[in-house]
Design a protein around this ligand. Structure first.
Ligand code: GLY
Length: 367
């Protein structure tokens, strides 16, 4: 039986609340207070001042589901979107946080407990990667979980040292990957960080340094835990689906695109439908959080994403504004977790429609 995305999000929050984590609402996807970022690109952005010792948190343990956008800067997944099954411009990152409280042992053993005992994922589909110099994490995986030692792999800086941008809090990480392929007997270590069937589902970052503007690392006064689990990927896996688009987060939007366009998901392997379904999420959440399309910076990214969705709409022969017609469906899917979508629905639709109309005029004049 299908488990709804709403239940899965809640199960994550409940699990960590039972371990004395305080629930914290997602921060805005538009980081109005961080000049180093155009969009919130990770759950840890709002907690930067705690990691850097500039502010004291209300609670030293937190849990949340953060709205994230990765279409610019260090983390940019745009070209993969819609072509593969699991990259998005907008996604939710589930996270548990320690601000100078617990560290590697608890982060590792709780992640394993949630995945294998609460969500009962098959252990022989799970793989773990650790930073090449972080033997401590490797030992903790062996001592505090029952993962097979052959499933613990070492990788270098590119895969297992996490940084939100060119500067800021950062550190080594251990990632959990899930084999989504059809034949578990065909698994091999070479697939991890190489093949799409081996999907990274959760990144446990051990924040230990701050990188300054010159690129130097400085030890932070305390050590912290920053985890990010890909919500859409977990929803797919817990429902036995290999694609995030086959979950209740996307199906209603894809259905609506089929209804509006009259074009089935068979056209171009469903890529146009999927790109549009992805992009409307990015657009609606950014606009609801106060971004506006424009000619530079954040506004320009928004404009490009909207135009990209409109061009994919043309592949489905949609020449009139249509993206705004998907907003109510999206609100229906997401507003229980993010009521701002319903509250700002009228504004979001109005801005999208105006922007689509002017882009269509430009296209139709052949410019
Ligand atoms: N901060 C962890 C991640 O974004 O993967």
């Amino acid at each position: 039986m299908a488990i709804s995305s709403t239940d899965i999000r809640q199960q994550f929050i409940d699990f960590f609340q039972k371990k004395e984590h305080q629930f914290v609402r997602s921060s805005s996807v538009v980081p109005h207070e961080d000049p180093t970022l155009l969009f919130t690109n990770a759950g840890m952005n709002q907690f930067k001042p705690y990691f850097m010792g500039l502010q004291t948190p209300e609670s030293r343990r937190a849990v949340n589901s953060q709205k994230c956008i990765r279409v610019s800067g260090k983390h940019n997944d745009l070209e993969e979107v819609g072509v593969d099954d699991y990259h998005h411009t907008f996604f939710e990152m589930l996270g548990n946080w320690s601000f100078g409280d617990y560290y590697k042992k608890e982060a590792i053993s709780w992640a394993w407990e949630l995945l294998t005992e609460v969500w009962t994922l098959e252990k022989d589909r799970l793989w773990v990667s650790i930073f090449q110099d972080d033997d401590e994490s490797g030992d903790l995986w062996k001592e505090h979980t029952d993962i097979h030692p052959n499933r613990i792999l070492k990788f270098g800086h590119k895969d297992n040292f996490w940084e939100m941008g060119d500067t800021g809090p950062c550190g080594p990480c251990t990632e959990i990957h899930y084999y989504t392929g059809d034949d578990p007997d065909k698994q091999s270590a070479e697939g991890v960080n190489a093949l799409a069937e081996y999907r990274e589902i959760w990144n446990l970052v051990f924040i230990q340094y701050n990188r300054d503007g010159e690129g130097n690392l400085h030890e932070l006064p305390e050590k912290h835990v920053d985890t990010g689990a890909g919500f859409e990927r977990i929803v797919a896996i817990l429902n036995g689906k290999s694609s995030n688009y086959e979950t209740d987060l996307f199906i209603p939007i894809l259905d609506k695109i089929v209804e509006i366009s009259g074009k089935s998901l068979e056209i171009n392997d469903g890529i146009p439908h999927r790109v549009i379904a992805d992009h409307v999420r990015m657009l609606a959440f950014s606009l609801a959080d106060g971004a506006m399309p424009g000619n530079e910076g954040r506004g320009y990214v928004l404009r490009r994403v909207l135009r990209r969705a409109a061009r994919f709409g043309r592949m489905l022969e949609m020449k009139d504004p249509f993206i705004y017609k998907l907003v109510n469906t999206l609100s229906g899917v997401m507003c229980s977790a993010f009521p701002e979508l319903k509250e700002k629905q009228k504004h979001v639709k109005k801005v999208i429609k105006a922007e689509e109309s002017s882009f269509n005029e430009t296209l139709d004049r052949g410019l």
